[in-house]
Structure formats: C-alpha cells, structure tokens
Design a protein around this ligand. Structure first.
Ligand SMILES: [Zn+2]
Length: 475
C-alpha cells in the first residue's frame, strides 16, 4: 500500500469538509435519512460533538480549530473588533493578523500539497504550496481572492462569478433559498474540479450555505422555535438543502483513495433566537452611557447618536453577544473613568447586569466573561467584558430608540437563529470499520487530532491535544 512506512506513523492524506453552523444532531438524526453519503461515513467512522469556542462564532471558531490556539491567543473575538481604542471604529479579522500557522500553512511548509476553499479567515488568501480561495468574509468587490492570482480568472471563465456568501438577512425568503442552493452548487462544482486535478495531501472546503439556511429558515424548520407554524411553505427547505449537499459531498468523496481520511466538522450549533436585548439603551437608562439628546428614530446605531463621551463610563456593541467597553482616562480619547476607579465601576456594572430581569420579569441568565481571564492571553483588541443573555438565546442589540429593551426581532435584519456551543465532528477512515458516536472534541483539539490521524508531527505550543478516541481504530 502506498504511503506506508510500516509503523504507526504512516502518513495519510486528508479531505476536510467544513459545514458552517451545523449541530451534530442535524447529521446524526435529523437528516441522516436524506444523506446517504454522510450516513455511510457515520456508520464506519467516529463521530460526536465539537465543543466550540467562547464566543461560539465562526470567527474565532474556525481559526481556533485549524490553529490549535484559543481566541484570545489569536486576538479574534468575533467578526467585529474596535480599532485602537476608538469609540465606534471597527475592523474584521484577516489572515494577515494570524501569527501562528494554520493546519494548511503548516503542511504546506512541510512540502505537502494543500488546496483550500473558503476556510475562515481566508482573506486575503494565504500563499500555500497549492491554492487558497478566500472566504465568506471577503470584502465585496475584492479582486485578490485566490492564490495563485490567476486561478480566479480560470474559475470565473468556467463557473461564472464566484459567490462567497448570500445576503441572508433578507425578507424575500424564497429567492434567498434559491441563492443559497446556487451558491452551494457552484462551490462544490469548483471543489470537485480542483480536487480531481491532482493528489492533494490536504484538501479543505468550507460551506457557508448551511449557516445561512439555518439563520434564515430556523423558525420555519424547527418545531422548538416559538414562531414555528406547522405546514408553512418553507418547512421542507432543510430536507431539500441537505439532500443536495449530500449529493455534492458524495461526488467529492467518490474520488478519495484508500490513503485519504475524511473529516466533516462544524464550527458551532444552532438554536432558536428568542429576541434581542438592547444593551446600549439599557446602559443609557442606568447612566453609564450618556447621550447629548435622545435619538429621534427607533433603530439608530450608536455611531449615529450624539454621545456625550466625556460623561460616558461604558458603552456596548450588538451581535450574538454584547461587547462592553469602559471609557478609561489615558486609554480612550475622552476617558471618563480614572484608572483607579475602574474596579469599582466594573463591579457596579457587573452587579447591574446580573440584575437585568427577563422579558416577563422572571430571572434572566446573564454570563459575564472577562477576556483577560477566559483565555491564556488576550491579544489584539479584546472587549473589556463579553456578556451572554440567556445563554445566547437572546442576541445583543446595539441600536437605540426602541420602545422596549426586549425586541422580538433582530435589529439588523431578519434572523431566526443563534449559535449553540456544539458543532459536529466526524472522522472517517476508508480502511477502518469503527462506527462509534459520542466522542467530544474541543475546538483547540481539532488540529492536533487531525495531525495525529495523518501521522504528522504535532508542533510544540499548541493549546489542544490529540483526542485519540476521535480517530477511527484508535482508543
Ligand atoms: Zn459559523
């Protein structure tokens, strides 16, 4: 057999299928009957849950899974980061901010051939011994989206303009579903064309359509969602989507050789969104955030409001969780808190946050995370506090002017789902019949586990460890 050195260090190849926002039960129970390819790999491989990062957001999650470093060590705390202690200027993480190698970069540096489609962060695309197509966070109208650069024109000539993402917070759901199917079809046709071009040591494809389908249609497909109505016109979109996705996966997997392992991984789960809590409005009510005058219109973003920064002690930002920032003298340009007062202000704010009642007056579970103690270190531009409302079933709304602090709908466009902490994990070895479920892999463990399964050396310094129980034929 090719690639065998007679020891347990036999080197293997790997095909990674990254499905964004897919809870384990989606594959293991919900759609198993419509997904014969995935079902066969579940039956023969090892599967379970991938415990995602805090916060459970695609970035940091994918970066943590494929570097083996926690979010603070990478300096990735979500999609948006404030720039240099400014009040409302933001930036998104890019590949150029990564200071440790990804799995792709590491194997490329070891001389192995690597092809990557859309793994986040993917923009600008890293230069590898192979190719990289950038990810769903690619800024619109970017042209430097592939490595090598000439790959872009070649793909466009054959498959048309490449779709990195769809505008998923859209009212017109029927058209959106059509776009999600179209984006997914194109991605997997590109993947098959590139996968069959040569014998890749590592080939990885990331699909964002799964996450977009769930966000846009969760209330139509999940009977546990409070707004679910049986018999609605979109009830069957998930069955249709996952049936098609399995066919695309099946086509790709049909090309693997006996040396190639297949990993299906997802970065986080999904849950019904119950509402949005208006963090900045609440901070105004409590006197931490001071406006020069009330905003005129419901849904006004903080950057459009007239904030009296000289009298503001804390402000927040919306998203899956609330980012909270303190306005500290010597750090922020109009800092209102003397550094020695900060511990007392912070303690008072944490007490006030913990006392926020739920929408009907019942206790509201509030988790407060301090990036400085949550992670090994907090590099980059961490928020001062990270706050989860009702274990993330409630989003954070940063906009102002609403008649209540409890919104039924997302303030930045229709959205029916929030992120759960368990993504999916499946590792399949075509040469081993194992068929075990119930394994648990932490996000930081994904990279060392896959390196071990490939017979590759694990570099020093990784914060995770190989989970042997997650490797077929190994205990
Ligand atoms: Zn995601």
């Amino acid at each position: 057999m090719r690639g065998t050195d007679g020891s347990s260090r036999r080197r293997r190849k790997l095909l990674v299928i990254g499905l964004d926002g897919v809870p384990p039960e989606t594959l293991v129970e919900l759609h198993r009957a419509h997904m014969p390819t995935v079902a066969a790999m579940l039956d023969a491989g090892v599967h379970g849950a991938m415990r995602t990062t805090d916060p459970p957001i695609s970035l940091p999650a994918w970066a943590v899974m494929f570097t083996g470093y926690d979010p603070g060590s990478l300096g990735f705390y979500g999609f948006r980061h404030r720039l240099n202690h400014s009040y409302t200027q933001n930036y998104m993480p890019r590949t150029t901010l990564l200071e440790v190698p990804t799995l792709y970069q590491l194997l490329s540096d070891r001389g192995r051939r690597v092809g990557v489609i859309g793994m986040p962060p993917g923009y600008p695309p890293p230069h590898l011994n192979g190719f990289y197509i950038s990810d769903f966070l690619t800024p619109p109208e970017s042209t430097d989206v592939t490595y090598p650069p000439e790959l872009r024109a070649e793909l466009e000539a054959r498959f048309g303009r490449y779709r990195f993402d769809v505008p998923f917070r859209a009212e017109e759901r029927g058209e959106l579903f059509r776009q999600i199917l179209e984006m997914t079809r194109q991605r997997w046709q590109v993947a098959e064309a590139l996968y069959t071009r040569e014998s890749w040591d590592l080939f990885a494809v990331h699909e964002i359509g799964t996450d977009r389908l769930h966000h846009a249609f969760w209330k139509y497909i999940d009977p546990a969602h409070p707004k679910y109505a049986a018999g609605n016109p979109f009830e069957h979109v998930a069955v249709e989507y996952f049936r098609q996705l399995d066919q695309w996966i099946g086509r790709l997997v049909s090309h693997i050789d006996p040396d190639t392992l297949v990993a299906i991984v997802s970065d986080h789960g999904m849950m019904p969104m119950l509402g949005c809590f208006c963090i900045n409005q609440w901070l105004v009510e409590k006197g931490y955030l001071v406006l020069k005058q009330p905003v005129a219109r419901a849904g006004t973003p903080l950057e459009k409001a007239e904030v009296d920064w000289g009298r503001t002690r804390a402000w927040g930002a919306g998203g899956y969780y609330a980012r909270i920032f303190f306005n500290v003298r010597g750090r922020e340009s109009e800092g209102a808190i003397a550094p020695e007062e900060l511990p007392a202000v912070r303690a008072a704010l944490e007490r006030d946050l913990k006392a926020i009642p739920g929408p009907s007056g019942a206790p509201f579970p509030i988790d407060i995370l301090d990036p400085q103690t949550t992670y090994r270190e907090a590099r980059g531009d961490p928020p001062d506090l990270m706050v989860y409302f009702d274990h993330l079933r409630w989003r954070s709304a940063g906009t102002l002017g609403h008649p209540t602090n409890y919104l039924e709908e997302n303030d930045t466009g229709p959205d029916d789902a929030v992120h759960g902490v368990d993504g999916a994990f499946l590792l399949y070895d075509p040469e081993v019949q194992d068929g075990r479920g119930g394994v648990r892999v932490d996000a930081v463990d994904v990279m060392p586990t896959l390196l071990r399964a490939m017979g590759e050396e694990i570099p020093a310094g990784l914060q995770g460890r190989p989970v042997l129980a997650a490797i077929p034929g190994t205990r």
